[in-house]
Ligand binder design. Sequence first.
Ligand code: ADP
Ligand code: MG
Length: 392
Amino acid sequence: MTELAEVVATSELKIYEGFDDMGLPEELLRGIYGYGFEKPSAIQSKGICPIKDGHDVLAQAQSGTGKTGTFVIGSLSRVDPTLKRVQVLVLVPVRELAQQIEGVAKALSAHMGVQVYSATGGTPLRDDIKAIERGCQFLVGTPGRIYDLMSRNIISNEYIRSLIFDEADQMLEDRFKEQVMCILQRGFPKDTKVALFSATMDTDVLEVANMILHDPVKILVNPENVPLDGIKQYYVPLDSEDWKYEVLCDLYQQLNINQALIYCNKRQRAEWLAEKMTAAGFPLSVIHGEMDVEERKRRMKDFRDGAVRVMISTDMLARGIDVQQVSLVINYELPNVKENYIHRIGRAGRFGRKGVTINLISKDETRARNEIQDHFKIMMQELPSDISKLDM
Ligand code: ADP
Ligand code: MG
């Protein structure tokens, strides 16, 4: 990405070809292989050891390339299993992502005897308090709830050795920035190391990053080529917004999909679309941030299990969510925040799989489309009339 041109990746970064070569604890290695990872991905081969060796880290790598494994493995290697205190704190923007990371960390640490827990808003505080007092060592959470727990002195920062921000650019701007700053102002010991991860970083964020990080190791994987190569991007030009619905129904019938995500910008639009499509006999589900927590959990589970194949969502699920069977992302509307285009389409094509994005573009969105193309240096092709041959 152009903004990153001024960030120079740390040269002479050692690349580890195998997990075996990284000097990781035996129990952690067993967890890694047991989880099915055989070889480190590009970001893992560069990024695990700087975390393990106690450096601050700034890392950017494309969607679906294994950033979670990088910071989970790196930070787990610094955990002392006998010390029943929070030693790793991972901050993320949404509950669904916190739970996903909790699952990965549990699996990777399965043989270490490390207690992993996620704390997010909307659930009883006492559950979190209990889990943390029981000796949670690896904690994932959203900023509001984590700050709450800190100000009640439930979480002590004293033993935190790794503080990680996933989706760091989002965490350091807008509505999260203030909460994150409050968390940082609570103070951390000198040997708390900080790591920032994201698929996108812009200049503003880099400025904040420079304030937070001390002499960080900078890792950039394919910075000049942020969008994924494996994802084909198409658009359907439409005279009017009103035609999108029919085109979508058409696509639903013609495409032979595994699983798909459809993005709308607003909750109301997402619900409207879900109702209309369900009534027309196209089974799907919908999820957004104003939904009851339990309901969100249920719907997410159905989608992860494959019981629901098509999910309509807002940008709440634009980032981080990893469902390997998702091969198609449809933008019913282009996102208002440019970066989210990259995050949305990255929900397909996980870990080198193929994926397709179809953007429904009304006349009014032509300019937004051009802006996205220019900004990310990508080309969307017009969707061919015979879509049965699309490679998904
Ligand atoms: P990112 O955060 O970079 O978008 P994730 O960490 O969510 O990507 O990983 C994407 C997918 O790749 C996940 O399903 C994960 O299990 C898988 N994956 C990550 N690392 C490896 C690896 N070394 N070997 C096999 N699969 C991996
Ligand atoms: Mg991620």
